[in-house]
Design a protein around this ligand. Sequence first.
Ligand code: ATP
Length: 234
Amino acid sequence: MADNPLLESDGLCTYYGTSQALFDVGIKVPSRGGVAILGRNGAGKTTLLKTLAGELAATRGRISFDGTDCTRAAVENRVRRGLGHVPQEHGIFAGMTVKENLLIGAMGNRTGREHIEEVITLFPRLGQRLPQKAGTLSGGERKMLAISRALLGRPHLLMLDEPTEGVWHGVIEEIAVRLEELSREMAVLIVEQHVKLALRVSQYCYVMDRGRIALEGPSDQIRDDPELTRLLAP
Ligand code: ATP
């Protein structure tokens, strides 16, 4: 793991009311490459991403991004600094067209409109559906739109919460290939139930259990670790 990570959390604790969901979570994400977060349902993966994105407040601990403390920074401030987040529920505007959704992603980015052309080349099927209402896209196309929209903010780190959830297996491969390509150029932090895919697009992996990091290591080693099977067993 890099000595100067782009994102680092240390001792992170998050609560929902009085119920603690994260316990002293420490992760590091280097400025390039993929990092995966795995864990059973309810292990705390989404809570971790939301805390890193600023949607949930950390009660204790510290988050630093690009060398600056951002533990208390607002969501918009983190986005401006380069922290992109594709939430599990993808947050696209169903009543707007694909193009309008992309334009929203490009807002605040001077070269955003030109960048749309570039982003569309990643997912050509989106380019063919620019006038279509986003609510009529397939599950996989919605995920592609959400990823593209986040990329238009020109993030340094792209955090993805289950990018292949509810996606037809033929499209999963397309998303996996794009994520592999992206992670060669930027930092990608991925939460995934699809363990094989997560380990394929990442070089380093954290496995969560009941709100804690229970196992971590290089993805090609974790893949064969019997502890991984135990931690992911229902
Ligand atoms: P999944 O893989 O099912 O999406 P996860 O690993 O992402 O699960 P989280 O959604 O982060 O897990 O949930 C962690 C814990 O926090 C769970 O016990 C969950 O019930 C609880 N939790 C999540 N959201 C809330 C909420 N809004 N209010 C109260 N508790 C919550």
